[in-house]
Design a protein around this ligand. Structure first.
Ligand code: SIN
Ligand code: MN
Length: 199
């Protein structure tokens, strides 16, 4: 399905339940090595989303600002991006270049993410690929400049989104989580993986 902003593609139901469980098991392995933490905005406000990452780089936000770093707050390097997750990237982008970061966001029922652009990467010529698991999230897509009309879409467990082209720098965010809409995660909530080329 394509929305108005060019380059924004939703592959609805891309992962069946077996594939979702397999990706989830791999992500659990990552989280065991690199536990979730709650980043703070540069203004010192804790984010509602909990984060961790896999790959050469993970994304961090704290009083020093937004940036990619090569280790988890524990000081250890980030675990490798699981093969299942790299396969999704290859399948939907057809690119040989591999992502260097798989950012892992966990949204509890109350969590959300304000409209923002992904622009901490060295180049925006590469797409960002997002994988949703667990409860549905109301995803909002705006424009490359702040303001104007936005489009909202409920992302379900197993949906894969590609943001490339004009959509690569479009404002986007998650307004709310539909608690109890999926049984994939025993404790509920939504996991979102975003794959990014960083350097
Ligand atoms: C993000 O923009 O980093 C996450 C988007 C999402 O949770 O769907
Ligand atoms: Mn983003």
């Amino acid at each position: 399905m394509k929305l108005k902003v060019k380059g924004f593609d939703i592959h609805a139901g891309f992962l069946d339940i077996t594939a979702q469980r397999s990706v989830l098991a791999a992500i659990r392995g990552v989280v065991a090595d690199a536990p979730f933490f709650r980043p703070e905005t540069p203004y010192g406000k804790p984010m509602s989303v909990r984060m961790t990452a896999a790959g050469k780089y993970g994304w961090l936000s704290d009083k020093k600002g937004y940036r990619y770093v090569s280790s988890h707050p524990s000081g250890r390097p980030w675990p490798a991006i699981p093969a299942d997750v790299l396969n999704i990237w290859r399948d939907v982008t057809g690119l040989e270049r591999e992502p260097e970061c798989c950012l892992i966001n966990y949204y509890s029922a109350e969590a959300k993410m304000g409209l923002h652009q992904d622009r901490d990467e060295a180049s925006t010529e590469w797409p960002v690929v997002s994988v949703s698991l667990g409860d549905e999230g109301l995803f909002r897509m705006g424009n490359v400049t702040r303001g104007g009309k936005t489009e909202s879409h409920w992302l379900k467990s197993g949906d894969v989104v590609v943001m490339g082209g004009d959509a690569r720098l479009a404002y986007h965010g998650v307004d709310r989580i539909r608690a109890g809409s999926s049984t994939l995660l025993p404790k509920g909530g939504r996991l979102n993986l975003t794959l990014r080329v960083v350097t």
